[in-house]
Every structure is written in C-alpha cells, then in structure tokens.
Design a protein around this ligand. Structure first.
Ligand code: BES
Ligand code: MN
Ligand code: ZN
Length: 495
C-alpha cells in the first residue's frame, strides 16, 4: 500500500472516500467544519441525532454527502475530547485502517491529523495516522491468497499536507514496512518459515538496500566458535540452525554500532520437555523477537539513518528427537560459562546467550535483545506491554520513551541481583530455569550474565508479539519501538 502527500483541500478532492476524525462533545476539526459548511450542516445534524458515532474506535460511513467531491466520507470516532491521548488516537487510526481494509474502497484521502490534542504536533498526528491506517490495512495473503469474498485492502492512502509533513510520511512508511515485515514473518507457518527461510529473507533485505551487508553462520561455523548452548537446542531438529548477521552502515566506520539481537525459534515444541498440544501451535510465533529486529532493521535501512546497526538473529528450531538435548545435560556456552539444562523448553535463553556473546565482536555501544522468552511475562503484563529489563537506567528510559512516542509500549521490570540466586546450580555455573517465582525476571537475569560489561536491555515480547482468539495474528511488536529508538539515536528530531 502506498502512502502519499497531497497539498490540496480535502473538500475539492475527487476521492473514493474521505476519512475524518471527530471527538464526542468537542469542537469540530477544521476538515469536519469545512464538510459541515459545504453540506449545509449535515455533519452537525448527524452528530446530534447520533447517526455519526463518536465513540473511540467506532466508524460511520456516509454516502453522497452534498457539497464535496468525495464519493463517501468515513468518520472515525476518537472518543471524548478530554480523554484523547496518543494511545487512544492510535486505536482510532487502526480501527479506521481495518474498516477501510474490509470495505470495497481501494484508495482514500485521510485527514485525521487536524484533530488537536495535548502536546502533539500535526506532524506526529499525520505520521501516526498513516502508520495506523497501514497497520490496520494489513492482510496476510502468503498462504491464503485474495479471493472474491476476501477483504479488499487499500492500494493507496493520501494525506493532505505540505512539505513540512514530508519526513513524517517517510517515517510512517518505513515504520509501516518494518511492522509489516515482522508480521508476515510471524504469521508464516513453521513448515515454511524455518531458519533457512529467515536467512533467505535477510538475503533479500541485504540485496535491496544500500549500506547493508550480510553474513550467515552455519552450524559448523558456530561449532568452531564454541556456541554449544545454541547448538544444544538445535540438535533435535532436522532443520539446520543459522546465525544471521545483518550490518547497516549509515555512519563512519569507527562509530560503535547499536546491536539488535533476536530470538528466532521458528518452532518451539518444548523439545523433550514437550509442551502440551493445547497451545503448541502458537509456537510458530516464537521467532517474534527475530521478526521485530529484522523489521526495525528494515525501517532503519529504508530511512538511511546516520547510525551503524548490527542485527543478529539466532534462527533455530526446538524439536525432540533421538539426538535432542536432554533435561540434565550441561552445555558450555561460547562465553565459557556452563549451563545445566533443567527444562528443554527454556531454550530461548540458551540460543540468545551465545548470540549475545557473539555480538561482543562488534564492540556495540548498546545491545538490545528481543525474545518471546517467557509465559510468565504474559501473566505479568498481558498482551499490551512488552516487558523491559535493563542494566542501564538511561537505556531503559530511552526505550520506554521510544515506545510511548510510537505507541508500541513497554514496561520496565526489575533486574535486581536478589533474583540471581534462583539460577544457582550444583553442577554448572547456572541452570536454565529459575522456578515459578518471577519467571520473567530470572530469564532476564540469566541473559544479564552474558552482558556484564555492556549497556544492555532485554525486551520480552511473549505477550505483545501476537494475538490469539479475536483478531488473531502477529503484531510485529516491538518493531515500532525499536525503529523509533534508532531514529531518536540518529539525532533526527522525531515528528
Ligand atoms: N517460547 C516460550 C515462551 C512463551 C510461552 C511465549 C507462551 C509466549 C507464550 C519459551 O521458550 C518457553 O517455553 N518458556 C518457558 C520457560 C520455563 C520452562 C522456565 C515458559 O515460559 O513456560
Ligand atoms: Mn520454550
Ligand atoms: Zn521459546
């Protein structure tokens, strides 16, 4: 879907559909006022009679409104004016995007960014509107192509605005493509999206963008480096693991890169500590960390940000077979630290610890890993916040702020030393599980042992990477948070 700018009054645009926003009991936005005047007060009347719904996320489609050139008007409810904030605005934009996806229109003009609310600029509102429409318009078609009765996604969305909106739209577009990439990878079935597929996708990212280099480490390479924790997990699978290393150079060579490290378990059966059948099918999403770092990397490459980034994806499948690693095994990680495996289902930390040690090679100024690491994170934070743990207050604050700015939010959890002893083992430097209490925290503690001398943060997206039940599918999160963080780090003033 294309996003475009057009410096023209919405009133005179010949369009299949014009999209506006209204708040309850508030003032009409400029566009709504114009439409109201042109139609002889029709908008006001419909608001009064309740024919236009102003509730948050509600949409009303009006056909043949007099006095304007557009064939239809879609009104997006933004809820009460005094309650309107960034997350609510975002929800309304997503709702409008989804409505448009499911409707026959293929192209529309969107003017929601003239609805003012606390502390936001029109540039930010346009960016979020464009991003929200794009995200709402997402439809997975790779293994279920469009049919006659399928939703009809938009082909283009056009926003009224002058040149001062150009970079906002460019940000929206690259962020949207990052989210889309992460969602597509997540939604693909595990028989297609295996480690080799992720590697192939990285090949395509590298070949389509400037300043991007790619290296793929095979199992033999990893064995040589001593990555026995990662390879331990991999042993029960017929699919060979890949360590994918994407490098983006937007700044001079001597500038330290930001490292993004993703958990790419393309299917997590649990291994010999096998999961129950009930929820196992959801574990195709266990590469959600990898998907989000690849998405954010793509956004960065599209924007050609003036920073250096290295993106490392540990792509592995966790399966049980005669070769599989066992509960009781002791693995020696690349760092030299030994790990007693008490549960083969706590595999994410085992592949990540080696990926984290490997990334030392790039002398990164900051390391951020993303992983669908623990069911405990879902229990703690539900599906709305990504869990954040960090050994640096500054980095944690930067990531939280980035999440707020793009409405892809995280919430910080403690990384206190107090939790570390839960990982003590009589047979190795540590065990790979810390017991029932604070499962999300002991997972973070485990990783922290491999990042002792780095500024590092861990994002647990087990709850935020996908939705189950209604509205099923990958979210791509936190690709947006990461992309916004990279944008902020490049010193470009965000919109
Ligand atoms: N990929 C799972 C975590 C997960 C579970 C994410 C449910 C999303 C929804 C991870 O590999 C896992 O199995 N973790 C175990 C750890 C435990 C054995 C210490 C878990 O959370 O149960
Ligand atoms: Mn697992
Ligand atoms: Zn897992």
């Amino acid at each position: 879907m294309k996003l475009k700018l057009l410096n023209d009054s919405p009133l005179h645009i010949e369009s299949e559909c014009l999209v506006i926003g209204v708040t309850g009991e508030g003032q009409l936005s400029t566009t709504a006022q114009d439409l109201d005047e042109a139609s002889g007060g029709e908008i006001s009347r419909m608001l009064e009679t309740g024919d236009i719904e102003t509730g948050l996320g509600k949409t009303t489609l009006i056909h043949g409104l007099k006095g304007l050139s557009a064939r239809r008007v879609l009104v997006t409810g933004l809820g009460k004016q005094e309650k309107l904030d960034r997350p609510r605005f975002d929800r309304a934009c997503l709702a409008a995007g989804k409505k448009l996806r499911n409707h026959a229109v293929r192209s529309c003009h969107i003017s929601i960014h003239d609805v003012e609310f606390c502390g936001t600029t029109p540039q930010w509102r346009l960016r979020q509107a464009a991003l929200g429409i794009h995200r709402g318009n997402y439809l997975y078609t790779i293994t279920k192509p469009l049919k006659d009765d399928s939703p009809v996604p938009l082909e283009s969305a056009i926003f009224p605005g002058d040149d001062t909106f150009r970079s906002s739209l460019a940000q929206a577009e690259s962020f949207a493509l990052g989210f889309e990439k992460a969602r597509e990878l997540g939604d693909l079935p595990p028989n297609i999206c295996n480690p080799a597929y992720l590697a192939q996708d990285a090949v395509s990212i590298a070949s389509h963008h400037e300043n991007v280099e790619l290296e793929i480490l095979e199992e033999e390479d990893m064995a040589e480096l001593g990555m026995d924790a990662l390879l331990g997990v991999s042993r029960g699978s017929a699919n060979r693991s890949k360590l994918i290393v994407l490098r983006y150079s937007g700044a001079s060579e001597d500038e330290q890169p930001i490292a993004l490290v993703g958990k790419g378990i393309t299917f997590d059966s649990g291994g010999l500590s096998i999961k129950s059948g009930e929820n196992m099918m959801q574990m195709k999403y266990d590469m959600g960390g990898a998907a989000s770092v690849m998405g954010a990397f793509l956004s960065c490459a599209k924007l050609q940000l003036p920073i250096n980034v290295v993106c490392i994806v540990a792509a592995v499948e966790n399966m049980p077979d005669g070769n599989a690693y066992r509960p009781g095994d002791v693995l020696t990680s690349m760092s030299g630290k030994t790990i007693e495996v008490l549960n083969t289902d706590a595999e994410g930390r085992l592949i990540l610890c080696d990926a984290l040690t490997y990334c030392e090679k790039f002398n990164p100024r900051v390391v951020i890993d993303v992983a669908t690491l623990t069911g405990a994170c879902v229990v703690a934070l539900g599906h709305h916040a990504t869990g954040l743990m960090s050994n640096s207050d500054e980095l944690a604050d930067d990531l939280l702020a980035a999440g707020d700015a793009i409405v892809d939010r995280a919430w910080r959890l403690p990384l206190w030393e107090d939790y570390q002893s839960q990982l003590d083992s009589p047979f190795a430097d540590m065990k790979n599980v810390g017991g029932m209490a604070g499962g999300v925290l002991t997972a973070g503690c485990f990783l922290s042992r491999f990042m002792e001398d780095r500024i590092w943060a861990h994002l647990d997206n087990a709850g935020s990477a996908w939705k189950w039940g209604d509205d099923i599918g990958a979210t791509g999160r936190p690709a947006g948070l990461l992309a916004q963080y990279l944008l902020n780090q490049s010193g470009i003033v965000a919109s």
